[in-house]
Ligand binder design. Structure first.
Ligand SMILES: NC(=O)c1ccc[n+]([C@@H]2O[C@H](COP(=O)([O-])OP(=O)(O)OC[C@H]3O[C@@H](n4cnc5c(N)ncnc54)[C@H](O)[C@@H]3O)[C@@H](O)[C@H]2O)c1
Length: 406
């Protein structure tokens, strides 16, 4: 005898015959607070991975409505706090200036949301660690977009180091150099310690470098000795927290202000594993745009990666050297899934964001961040904040400073 079943009850079929998605298949409902440069990148990624962009919020209701139209969001929220706690939202993306991150993330977690919070997770290590504990206690997926991890050849480098292919690591070094704040006519909310935190260049981009190198090497910075330089001591001051286009100098009628945050950081470090290293961070290096490079020298081979040429990885050896190009068919199993286009059709920064958001949402579906390898979580955000704190202590005290270990 056939069992009589209410339409849609267990058959997953709607009255008109269409498949009815169950809870696990329903597209996630994402909402974004902060709709400037990176909010737009998040919005593209949300859509590309098949989620719904149900809402956005900006610094004013008018800007929020304009952003909703521009980004194709379903709705605009007048207030960030309402978005962060809305019952119609599954995952909150926080893309505002830094000083707003911690309160919004805490609010969203308390409301049971999954959270993607931009770096720096908080403007000090203690707050970032409290947020990590709150995310753990809430059992929510909480991630931070250290997206350079998502270049396929970064994954390849990581796989090679982990497999022992370059031998024990002996030396780490590199840089992250930009020029968009090179002149005294360049301004941005990041210059203001009230909005961005005590550290600017290191917290903003040095944090990416450290996360990437710890990720690739599986080792951690243990102690740092830093020099921080404010190369442009006075800058034009454009009022408000709205962005001026990167690299577009602010001119007409603006006042000037004294700068307290650093333009350059030079850091010597040693790792828990006893490896020596150094990194140069700058936002005032003319001609350099997003020159994030790292080099890992092992006893058998050296790996060199350049974020501006992310489709290749240099592998140096004593006898001969080679350039590995991105080709999913020939990458390590952990790297191949991130090669989403045929080799020769370049992938780039937005693809990293798509992969990061895709992996975050996969973790949400799977019930936890641990289900997805290499996902940068709030713990990694707290780690970056702890390193930044140690760098700033070192620069101020002219001392070597220990980095707390988890
Ligand atoms: N992961 C990365 O690679 C990456 C890259 C760039 C920026 N970021 C981070 O993203 C964040 C934003 O940076 P950006 O470059 O997009 O800045 P931006 O100035 O371009 O955009 C900031 C946005 O925040 C909004 N905002 C300001 N105050 C607000 C408030 N009270 N409520 C709601 N919205 C408000 C503004 O309207 C604007 O849309 C920063 O924390 C930055 O460190 C990360």
């Amino acid at each position: 005898m056939s069992k009589i079943t209410a339409v849609g009850e267990t058959t997953g079929t709607l009255p008109d015959g269409r498949h009815q998605p169950d809870e696990a298949e329903r597209p996630l409902r994402a909402a974004i607070v902060g709709t400037g440069f990176i909010g737009e990148v998040h919005a593209r990624a949300v859509r590309r991975v098949g989620a719904r962009l149900v809402g956005v919020a900006a610094s004013t209701p008018e800007r929020g409505r304009a952003a909703a139209r521009r980004l194709g969001a379903e709705d605009a929220f007048d207030e960030a706090e309402v978005l962060a706690t809305s019952p119609d939202v599954d995952v909150v993306h926080i893309c505002t200036p830094n000083h707003l991150h911690a309160d919004l993330a805490a609010m969203a977690l308390a409301a049971g949301k999954h959270v993607v919070c931009e770096k720096p997770l908080a403007v000090d290590g203690a707050t970032a660690r409290r947020l990590t504990a709150a995310a753990d206690a809430a059992g929510r997926v909480a991630t931070v977009p250290f997206v350079y991890r998502f270049y396929p050849l970064v994954r390849e480098a990581r796989a090679r180091v982990a497999a022992g292919a370059i031998g024990p690591v002996r030396l780490l070094h590199g840089n992250y150099l930009q020029d968009w704040l090179a002149t005294e006519d360049d301004d941005n909310w990041r210059v203001d310690a009230e909005l961005a935190g005590e550290s600017r260049a290191f917290a903003d981009i040095g944090s990416h470098w450290c996360d990437l190198v710890e990720f690739v090497c599986g080792d951690r910075l243990a102690a740092v000795c830093a020099e921080a330089v404010t190369a442009v001591p006075e800058r034009v001051h454009a009022a408000g927290t709205e962005p001026h286009a990167f690299a577009a100098p602010v001119t007409a009628g603006a006042s000037r202000r004294t700068v307290t945050t650093e333009d350059i950081t030079v850091v010597l470090f040693r790792t828990v594993g006893g490896v020596a290293g150094s990194v140069v961070i700058s936002q005032v290096s003319p001609g350099r745009k997003n020159r994030l490079q790292f080099e890992v020298a092992g006893s058998e081979a050296t790996l060199f990666f350049d974020q501006e040429q992310p489709e290749s990885l240099w592998v140096g050896r004593r006898t001969s050297s080679e350039i590995i190009v991105r080709d999913g068919a020939h990458l390590a199993p952990a790297a191949a899934p991130y090669a989403v286009l045929p080799p020769g059709h370049p992938q780039g920064y937005q693809d990293c964001f798509d992969a990061f958001v895709g992996d975050t949402y996969r973790a949400i579906r799977a019930g936890g961040a641990g289900a997805v390898d290499g996902l940068p979580t709030f713990a990694d955000g707290a780690r970056a904040a702890d390193i930044t704190d140690a760098v700033m202590r070192s620069a101020k005290g002219r001392t070597w400073e220990e980095v707390p270990q988890p």
